[in-house]
Design a protein around this ligand. Sequence first.
Ligand code: FE2
Ligand code: FE2
Length: 229
Amino acid sequence: MSGDRSKPDLTFVRLIHQSLRIDGTRLAAAIASLAPGDRPGRLPGIRAFFGQYRDQLDMHHSHEDELFFPALAARAGTDRTHLGELAAQHQALDRAVQAVGEALTALADPAGDFAIDRANAASALSAMTRLLDTHLTLEEQTVLPLIESDMPVAEYKELEIKARNATPRPQARFLIPWLVAHATADQRKALFRSAPPLRFAYWLNRRQYRRFDHALPRPAELSPRRQQP
Ligand SMILES: [Fe+2]
Ligand SMILES: [Fe+2]
């Protein structure tokens, strides 16, 4: 969150990264905990969540490729924005996400070998989260600081409005409560302050979001140390 009004407020993009990271881990934990009897019960919910997650990742890439990166390159120059490397990472991630989708489809097939298919899904997810972490870290170390140093506040705000307007309604219905669910109290305040209609969108869609979210373990369940004083 940026409290400095002289720089672009990066709350939204930081929250997207945060949510992608946390839920990559939660998806991996959900797959690891599946037993053969969970095929008809828990797996459909996990696959439904993954479908939403995948849509958010695709959309985030599109907004970066079509809006944010070209605008930043025009301000800061192509070399400083690492455009070639970022585009290659987006493509590698597309393939990794596709592999996860295929592995989850195989895991849902009752004719398949459950242990083998679960191991394949876990390995595909682990490859995806590794690539994702490398990619998000590169953006956080290179792109975000450049946005703060080289892009005027008004121009960044305009790009965010364009990205919001280019977000299809079904994806927006998941996106806002998803980000709020992963936000700290300060980030939540900054998010709602950045665009007041987001608060309304959150209240309107949070129930539907919870139905998807319910399929994955709570973030607190992933780290036993957090439960100790
Ligand atoms: Fe990206
Ligand atoms: Fe990003």
